[in-house]
Design a binder for this molecule. Structure first.
Ligand code: CAA
Length: 283
């Protein structure tokens, strides 16, 4: 399977990062979003992030210009019909993702691969809502995408070996490493990571520590690069809550019960960095 053109649905934090690394690796990228504002802002944000790599000498100005020239934005989902691989990186809601696949499928070439950057929704279930469960893959990037080395590749029950190999080839060309995860709630990374974040929210909720002392404890005491609450703000509290809900419902164990304080923050719109406020005030 030859992949030259990659479509990315969703121009937010994750979608922008995916477009960034794909364009730098030489792929033609078509980026779309329902929000015209998000779409208009994306090339500037990608340029700024590649600029950080230029400042460190990791990327030349010429490579940056070439990469940016390879990113095309379009408000029309159907324009992604020309892509060999489409990676959906929209809001972490199954109905939103299913509607995107429904809108996309009639325009795709029969051999094109569909992928989702979902952090926890069943790949098998998402795939079953398309015409190509064999060519459907979980393609899970970590945040911040340009920095993090891992991509989790999650096979749905019907995903073919050919599809897996083609996706593993893309990950390799991106200069990243894949881990193969089976399709169970939270896959590998979020099954382990997000309950830790949820537990940190409980520790705060129960008054065992303050936001700063919890984060400092895990940074200095466990050598984590970021504290769990700081990391929750980076990931998005809404995403953390959604993942806990998937774990709780999918695995049926009360140990995955979302922390009421996490839920309250989400209800308040305190979603983390993207909202200006989460466990920390980012304004
Ligand atoms: N684009 C390009 N480069 C970036 C970047 C971006 N968006 N964000 C950070 N960087 C670069 C910086 O330029 C810097 O580069 P050098 O080391 O070469 O100088 C490097 O990354 C480190 O950044 P900073 O110096 O600004 O800050 P830091 O040293 O505190 O590191 C961090 C920031 C890389 C985010 C680090 O704190 C870290 O690794 N945190 C943990 C992140 C993590 O766990 N991510 C996974 C989240 S889980 C997930 O994503 C899955 C899910 O589904 C929820």
């Amino acid at each position: 399977m030859d992949i030259a053109r990659i479509g990315v649905v969703g121009a937010g934090q994750m979608g922008g990062g995916i477009a960034h690394v794909c364009a730098l690796a030489g792929y033609e990228v078509l980026l779309t979003d329902v929000s015209r504002d998000a779409l208009a802002a994306a090339p500037g944000a990608i340029g700024r992030d590649i600029g950080r790599q230029v400042a460190k000498g990791a990327v030349t100005e010429a490579r940056k210009a070439e990469a940016l020239a390879r990113v095309t934005t379009t408000p029309e989902l159907r324009d992604l019909g020309a892509c060999d691989l489409v990676i959906e990186a929209a809001t972490e809601r199954e109905d939103v993702k299913a509607a995107i696949f429904e809108g996309l499928v009639p325009h795709l070439a029969p051999g094109a691969i569909l992928a989702s950057n979902t952090s926890s929704i069943s790949i098998t279930r998402l795939a079953s809502r398309t015409d190509r469960p064999g060519r459907f893959m979980g393609f899970h990037f970590m945040n911040p995408v340009p920095v993090m080395q891992l991509v989790e590749l999650i096979r749905g029950i019907a995903t073919t070996q050919e599809t897996f190999d083609a996706c593993a080839g893309v990950v390799e060309r991106l200069g990243k490493t894949h881990s193969a995860a089976e399709d169970f709630p939270g896959f590998i990374v979020n099954r382990v990571l997000v309950p830790m974040i949820n537990e940190a929210a409980y520790v705060l909720h129960e008054g065992v520590g303050t936001v700063r002392s919890i984060d400092a404890s895990m940074k200095l005491g466990a050598n984590h690069p970021m504290g769990p609450l700081e990391l929750a703000d980076l990931i998005g509290l809404d995403t953390c809550l959604a993942i806990m809900e998937v774990l709780h419902e999918g695995l049926g164990d009360t140990k995955y019960r979302p922390c009421p304080l996490l839920r309250k923050y989400v209800e308040a719109g305190w979603l983390g960095r993207k909202a200006g406020r989460g466990f920390y005030d980012h304004r």
